[in-house]
Design a protein around this ligand. Structure first.
Ligand SMILES: Cc1ncc(COP(=O)(O)O)c(C=O)c1O
Length: 406
């Protein structure tokens, strides 16, 4: 599969052969839900459970010592990937757990009645519900930044809304529905100007854009491994060292302690303090392999590749009368759309008959659906393995839907 990128000077991306789960002729357009896995990741996971398997951090025998080195090397790989230091990287189950950890250990211990949390209209439920739970517990209130006319988080509105009572801001770097890209640096400056701490949900960004947490200027950054071509069950919380050091543990158990007695228990420093129990050892190895894989291609190339596919898809869908394409023109790798008189589930089912896999539903963003005045949308999302033939299959499938419902 040969792909033209937005930058004609860039080498075309031709990597679908790396993905054993994508048979010829199947247009997999649901990468925003979860990315397919390259052979390099599958091999790393297989090796982890096959020849190399042992526990970490406690074995006195060589195999366990080797596995500990590999697990900690994976943490270093993650740290380099986002320009952080390894002691700022906490392995968690995924973005959902990372946000819950910050909600409970940071917001739950520092916010008080009368404080406010600022979210946006386009957040995924996992960047809404944990804040509602903690707000209810401590007596804080939640405010919601609206979207601009072209469906981005409205930073001008955010600047007008922010007050010193806002202690925590939590926003998506890239919307999982609209693909809108946030100016994280700008949002961080606004939050910091009123003394608020800012968490960025990078779930949809890390596989699509280069991410440098220092340059972005945020305080916490979270993402899931499975959307980055890595395994499920592993994800990352990055936090500024001083913030992590001041936070109490999220869960108690083995591995996260310094000393335990029935009288008093003391905790290990971060990040160990936040990793209670036997970790997802092989998941971390798989995530590191996924990071090596995307870095081997280059995030800038991936971004250019997906930008070109989004432009082609928006153009092709825009030509079909009954289709309303959502989101800004420069969305990152994700195109949501609605069809007059057709439920998105029917679109998804008919496309599946033509071997085109899209997502249909509320995408865990019901407040956004309400703001867009739709029940659900159809969503095509791209990855490194997609090409113009997948866009053509999508457009042909949608034309068929239009004929059926004609
Ligand atoms: C923007 C965004 N945030 C958070 C999540 C939650 O990720 P996970 O279910 O892997 O924890 C998702 C997953 O769809 C997402 O797209």
């Amino acid at each position: 599969m040969t792909v033209l990128t937005a930058d004609p000077a860039a080498r075309p991306l031709d990597v679908v052969a790396d993905f054993p789960a994508i048979p010829a002729g199947w247009a997999y357009l649901d990468t925003a839900a979860t990315a397919q896995k390259p052979r390099a990741v599958i091999d790393a996971i297989t090796r982890g459970y096959d020849t190399d398997y042992a526990t970490v951090h406690r074995g006195v025998y060589q195999r366990s010592a080797d596995m500990t080195l590999a697990y900690e090397a994976a943490r270093e790989t993650v740290a380099r990937f986002v320009n952080a230091t390894p002691d700022e990287i906490v392995f968690v189950r995924g973005a959902t757990e990372a946000i819950n950890l910050v909600a409970q250990s940071f917001a739950g211990t520092t916010l008080k009645a009368g404080d406010r949390i600022l979210l946006s209209t386009l957040e995924h439920h996992s960047n809404i519900v944990p804040w509602q739970m903690v707000a209810e517990r401590v007596g804080a209130a939640i405010d919601v930044v609206p979207l601009t006319a072209d469906q981005r988080i409205d930073l001008d509105a955010m600047a007008r809304m922010l007050r010193p009572e806002h202690k925590l801001v939590a926003l998506a770097h890239v919307s999982n529905v609209l693909g809108s890209v946030l100016d994280v640096r700008g949002a961080s400056e606004l939050a910091h100007a009123v003394g608020a701490t800012i968490l960025i949900d990078g779930c949809q960004a890390v596989a699509r854009l280069p991410v440098d947490v220092r340059a972005l200027g945020c305080d916490f950054y979270v993402f899931s491994g499975h959307k980055l071509y890595g395994p499920t069950g592993i994800g990352v919380l990055w936090g500024r060292r001083a913030l992590l050091d001041a936070m109490p543990p999220y869960q108690g158990g083995g591995s996260m302690i310094d000393r335990v007695s029935f009288e008093r228990t003391t905790y290990a420093p971060a990040p160990t303090r936040f990793e209670a129990g036997t970790p997802h050892i092989v998941g971390a190895l798989g995530l590191a392999a996924a990071i090596d894989y995307v870095q081997g291609i280059g995030l800038e190339r991936i971004h250019a590749h997906e930008t070109a596919l989004v432009a082609q898809a928006r153009e092709a869908l825009g030509r079909i009368n009954s289709v309303r394409v959502l989101g800004p023109a420069d969305s990152a790798g994700i195109v949501s759309f609605a069809m007059e008189g057709v439920h998105p589930h029917d679109i998804g089912t008919i496309l599946d008959e033509s071997k085109v896999a899209i997502r249909a539903g509320h995408h865990c963003a019901q407040p956004l659906m309400a703001a867009l005045k739709v029940e659900a949308t159809a969503r095509a999302s791209f990855g490194v393995y997609n090409g113009p033939d997948d866009v053509a299959a999508l457009a042909a499938g949608i034309e068929r839907v239009a004929r059926i419902f004609g």
